[in-house]
Design a protein around this ligand. Structure first.
Ligand code: CU
Length: 472
């Protein structure tokens, strides 16, 4: 059965309802809200509520908000845990587990004080559960398998019900075989909007959200290696890698909120160019105003949510990314020795006689790889991809662009294209002659001169062993 979300709830984009729910009984289905499925990885327009209390909806980067059904004053949602095919970037599809057709699952948006009923149908081959991270709720609704409830067996549907007591930024994920299930992409965002005005929650013009996640998928493969603990090769936002992550499009002088949750195995210092932001909330709730300070980088540790806010008062295309440089790379092997400064002259052609595809990597750094026409396996993404207006961007992974534009209409999230720089505001090449460098010569022997100076300069040459690339 196919129906359009516009006709259903006033949003846009085609969504398909799951037709075959063979493992769920007809009687149970009769009482269940029809599960709404998403078959595209696009950023869907905000879902403006047409039932229940009003609120200003969020925009989920490369994601969507799950429509609900009102049933005698209770908001009913239906999540279906199932294997999905997620396009992580154009040309690269991963076989993940998620909810309602995508990984991450849909964002759940409710209002403070709402009574919420969530039906969770398990279409995986093993038991699962959902933990509602950060929520105040009855203990038996907390979703820890074995502790708060039995696991949901394959084919069965469980019901969670509680009142969304605290406004703020939350997430959901399994507490069942969780190392596997989260490594496979089972997670989703949750936003509880305040009912009415809140002293610590400002109204904003744009409100974005996404989860940080990571996968280890060998080039050419499609299924994550679930045993990987730290050495992931795909660092993603909502299971998308740059250039597959949509830009965050905002109007000039818009007040912008970005909500971020981390379900990877390491921390991510998230960095915004061109603006300072305040950290206005965590999964513990809105931060007291007296604790807020301006930052340009906010570290989001494992299992944490952060919400940042800024006034977009500088026009342009501003990079927005994780500041761990290895996290702005796509699929790569890490066991590559550093070759900077090594002269390969003549060696490569000799090796190529033995290994025909042999390539020299990184003599002058690894930027060449952004433009190099390397043979790639069928299903992967180049290590550093994405074209900008001035050439290859040289990054992948956890990277996107905040596009601040005059004339971007309220509610318009369409990509305005590249920023048109005013004349004379772009870094340019100096064309004169270069003077000799003036070197600073210290006459002083230094505060604590060495007792014995070496007779000749020592040049340290160390070749690190490969591997052991444990913690980033
Ligand atoms: Cu990172």
């Amino acid at each position: 059965m196919l129906f359009n979300r516009r006709s259903l709830l006033g949003g846009a984009g085609a969504i398909t309802a799951a037709a075959s729910m063979a493992s769920v009984s007809k009687v149970a289905m009769a009482a269940l809200p029809e599960p709404v499925m998403q078959d595209k990885p696009d950023t869907m327009p905000p879902l403006v509520p047409n039932t229940g209390r009003p609120y200003n909806p969020v925009v989920t980067l490369n994601g969507w908000t799950l429509p609900w059904r009102m049933n005698k004053g209770v908001k009913e949602f239906h999540l279906v845990a199932e294997p999905v095919v997620r396009e992580m970037a154009p040309g690269f599809k991963a076989h993940l587990w998620g909810y309602n057709g995508q990984s991450p699952g849909p964002t759940i948006e409710v209002v403070e004080g709402d009574r919420v009923r969530l039906f969770v149908t398990n279409k995986l081959g093993e038991l699962t559960s959902i933990h509602w991270h950060g929520q105040r709720l009855p203990n038996g609704m907390d979703g820890v398998t074995g502790l708060n409830q039995p696991g949901i067996p394959p084919g069965k549907t469980y019901v969670y019900e509680f009142v969304a007591r605290r406004p703020g930024t939350f997430m959901y994920h399994p507490h069942a075989d969780e190392m596997v299930q989260m490594a496979m992409g089972m997670m989703g965002f949750w936003v509880t909007h305040p009912k009415g005005k809140h002293p610590l929650i400002d109204e904003v013009d744009r409100d974005f959200c996404f989860l940080l996640n990571a996968y280890d998928i060998d080039p050419g493969a499609a299924t994550p290696k679930i045993m990987t603990m730290l050495d992931f090769n795909l660092w993603s936002w909502n299971s998308r890698i740059f250039p597959g992550i949509d830009p965050l499009v905002v109007g000039f002088k818009d007040k912008v909120r970005i909500r971020i949750g981390n379900l990877t195995m390491t921390n991510h210092p998230i960095h915004l160019h061109g603006h300072e932001f305040l950290v206005t909330g965590t999964d513990g709730g809105p931060t007291p105003k007296s604790t807020r300070r301006f930052e340009v980088t906010e570290d989001v540790a494992v299992g944490q949510m952060r919400q940042i806010e800024f006034l977009a008062d500088e026009e342009g295309d501003w990079a927005f990314h994780c500041h761990k440089s290895h996290h702005t790379m796509n699929a790569m092997g890490h066991d590559v020795p550093t070759m900077i400064g090594v002269d390969h002259t003549g060696v490569a052609s000799k090796i190529r006689k033995l290994v025909p595809d042999y390539m020299v990597m990184g003599e002058r750094g690894m930027k060449d790889m952004t433009e190099m026409d390397m043979p790639l396996p069928d299903n992967t993404a180049p290590m550093m991809a994405g074209q900008g207006p001035f050439g290859a961007v040289g990054m992948g992974g956890m990277f996107s662009v905040v596009k601040v534009r005059k004339g971007q209409k309220k509610g318009d999230y369409s990509d305005p294209g590249w920023y048109q720089h005013p004349a004379g505001t772009v870094a340019y090449e100096f064309k004169g002659s270069l003077p000799d460098a003036a070197r600073f010569q210290s006459e002083s022997p230094g505060l604590m001169p060495p007792v014995q100076r070496p007779k000749t300069d020592v040049e340290v040459k160390i070749r690190k062993p490969s591997g052991g690339h444990g913690s980033h």
